[in-house]
Design a protein around this ligand. Structure first.
Ligand code: B16
Ligand code: MG
Length: 219
């Protein structure tokens, strides 16, 4: 029986992927790596320092910066990103997700957040929904980020549920691998081909509801 839901944040509850992209684009320009739509997609769900490494690699610059310089680049990106997320309001919740969260709370499900973002609590407060969650996994506590199963395993642990008692929601392939590796039911939001590893797939957040989940071919 499903008793809880573990949510990714960026791309599932709100579209901060656009804001991450805006900030990383600036970093790519600084280090003279080409910014492409493919790179933007590949960075979804990837931690801050791993994202920076991928941007440096894209331009063949991975050995051009010292560790201290890399930390400075990541800090600059985060400072810019923080100004971008400071304007988030409840209007920035993706279509259908506010109604879905309310439906889950009304039916007594327990909810947690498994986001790679260290800014997750700030974002949830801006969106006005932090009180709906029983827990938020601290990404600083992880040994390995997505696609490792650890973050979604911890999301279920925070709720005191077994992996097969929760549904994990994701928009990234790295995140889906994490959910599947943790032994949870995976719900992928996005392009069918990109999300082919998901147990349940919806192309859009507006389609996510308990009725549509119950009617999906998985159940
Ligand atoms: P921060 P998610 C991820 O969030 C983003 O998708 C990814 O692009 C970002 O680099 C990562 O969080 C770290 O975020 O720099 O704010 O700590 O999709 O796992 O909710
Ligand atoms: Mg995401």
């Amino acid at each position: 029986d499903i008793k809880g839901f573990v949510f990714d944040l960026d791309g599932v509850i709100t579209d901060t992927a656009l804001l991450h992209g805006k900030a990383w684009h600036q970093t790519a320009d600084t280090v003279k790596s080409e910014w492409t739509p493919e790179l933007a997609v590949a960075l979804k769900g990837i931690s801050r320092m791993d994202s920076l490494e991928m941007i440096l690699k894209a331009g063949g610059h991975e050995n051009d910066y010292t560790q201290a310089q890399k930390e400075q680049l990541a800090e600059d990106k985060n400072n810019y990103y923080k100004t971008l997320i400071s304007t988030l309001t409840p209007a920035d919740i993706l279509p259908g997700m506010d109604a879905f969260l309310k439906e889950l709370k009304a039916k007594g499900y327990h909810l947690s957040v498994a986001s790679a973002s260290k800014n997750a609590p700030t974002i949830l407060k801006g969106l006005g929904i932090i009180d709906m969650f029983d827990g938020v996994v601290d990404p600083a506590s992880l040994h390995a980020g997505k696609p490792d199963p650890e973050i979604f395993a911890k999301g279920a642990e925070l709720l005191n549920f077994q992996p097969n008692e929760v549904i994990g929601l994701e928009d990234s392939t790295a995140g889906l691998k994490s959910i599947n590796g943790a032994g949870e039911v995976s719900l992928g939001i996005g392009d069918v081909q990109e999300m082919h590893e998901a147990d349940i797939n919806f192309t859009d957040t507006a389609q996510v509801s308990l009725a549509n989940i119950a009617n999906s071919s998985y159940f």
